[in-house]
Structures are given as C-alpha cells and as structure tokens.
Design a protein around this ligand. Structure first.
Ligand code: HEC
Ligand code: HEC
Length: 163
C-alpha cells in the first residue's frame, strides 16, 4: 500500500511537470486532459484510503453530498471531536478532487449532513432496505461483508439472493 502511494505521488509529479509547472497546481490539474484527470483521481483515492481508514472503514464518496466531504476536509482539527493528523494542503487538494468527482451536490436549500444516516444519497442507494436512525459506518459490514476493503458491491448471501 505504502509503495503504491509513493508510485502514485511520483506519477503526480510527472503529470504536474508535463502540464507545466509554471501554472499553479489547481490550474494544471483543471486543464489536464481526461486521462490525467483519472490519474489524479486515482491518487486522491489512494490518499483517502491511506489516511481515512485507520479509525473506521472507508465510506464510498457517493453516500454523502460533495458539501459534506468539503466540510470534513476543511476541518481536520475538529473531526467529530477528534483531530486528524497527516492532513496537509496537498493531501487535502487531492482528496478533494476525488470526492468532487465521485459525489453529488445538494440543492441550495438543503442542510449539509455530517452522518450517512442523514444523507438522502445514502438512502437512494438502498431502495430495498429500511434503515433505523442508527445506521453508521459500523453497521455497513452487516450487509457489505467486504466494506473494510472498500468493496460495497459484494453483499451478504441473504441480500445477494433477495429478489
Ligand atoms: C483518528 C481517527 C479518525 C480518522 C483518522 C478519521 N476519522 Fe472519520 N470519524 C472518526 C470518528 C470518531 C467519527 C464519529 C463516528 C464514530 O464515533 O465512530 C468519524 C466519522 C466519520 C464520518 C461519518 C460516519 C457516519 O457513520 O456517518 C465520515 C464520513 C468520516 N469520519 C470521514 C473521514 C475522512 C474523510 C477521514 C480522512 C480525511 C477520516 N474520517 C479519518 C474518526 C476518524
Ligand atoms: C441492512 C443491509 C445493509 C446495510 C446495513 C448497508 N447496506 Fe448498502 N446496500 C445494501 C443492499 C441490499 C444494496 C443493493 C441495493 C438495494 O437492493 O437496495 C446496497 C447497496 C449499496 C451501495 C451501492 C453499491 C453499488 O455501487 O451498486 C452502496 C455504495 C452502499 N450500499 C453503501 C453502504 C454503506 C456505506 C453502508 C453503511 C453506512 C451500507 N451500505 C449499509 C444493504 C445494506
């Protein structure tokens, strides 16, 4: 995992060099073509998995709106009462790119959820499931046995076989 991250960071340096270091990083990333965009996303994903799966399983970006991820990334000093270490400007920017491309925005008048249990995007993925208020990152595993490996497609046999 660690080696892979370094390979990806190396790749990022190459991408930034080939897209012109004169420009600021965000401009360089924005103007890069689709393939480079994919690579930047991949790096963001690796950084996310590396930094955010130490205390709880990594949640899929799509279950919360973009605005929620933004609030999380902008407040590493108050993460549900804890302080997140190892978050710096570079890892923030790369994770932000990844979350932005893999989540949806809210409508303007909607409150920003900080928990999956409050997120309509989370519920939209589960048309057949009735959830209690208490659904959290700790309960995913009851139906998604490989959630800790970031696999939300595999379901427990009971759900796999449900019509
Ligand atoms: C130091 C431990 C720690 C790290 C590292 C950490 N978190 Fe958390 N996270 C928590 C705690 C504690 C909660 C509150 C829920 C709980 O009590 O388990 C939480 C909750 C969350 C939730 C809401 C989960 C839910 O059940 O609705 C999200 C989303 C989240 N974290 C994202 C992240 C992201 C993104 C990162 C990396 C940038 C991260 N976390 C890194 C400790 C951590
Ligand atoms: C009670 C069982 C159950 C729990 C708990 C549960 N899920 Fe699911 N999940 C499902 C089922 C079943 C599906 C397939 C869609 C459907 O039939 O509703 C699904 C689908 C998904 C999908 C869509 C996968 C895809 O790409 O097609 C995501 C993402 C997801 N769940 C995330 C989560 C997360 C994150 C948690 C924990 C916060 C969670 N689920 C908790 C049962 C559950």
């Amino acid at each position: 995992m660690k080696t892979k991250l370094w390979q990806l960071l190396f790749l990022l340096v190459i991408i930034l060099c080939t897209t012109g270091l004169g420009a600021s990083m965000s401009i360089a990333i924005d103007k890069s073509n689709v393939k480079q965009g994919d690579n930047v996303n991949e790096i963001g994903k690796e950084i996310y998995l590396e930094n955010c799966s130490e205390c709880h399983i990594p949640l899929p970006p799509s279950v919360l709106p973009t605005e929620s991820w933004r609030e999380i990334l902008e407040n590493p000093d108050n993460h549900y009462g804890l302080q997140l270490k190892n978050i710096n400007r570079l890892t923030q920017v790369l994770m932000w790119r990844y979350f932005q491309s893999n989540s949806r925005r809210l409508n303007l008048d909607e409150a920003i959820p900080s928990l999956v249990s409050q997120s309509r995007y989370f519920r939209a993925f589960h048309p057949k499931v009735e959830f209690s208020e208490n659904v959290t990152h700790q309960t995913c595993i009851a139906c998604h046995p490989n959630a800790k490996d970031f696999d939300y497609l595999t379901l427990t046999p009971e759900w796999e076989n449900s019509p």
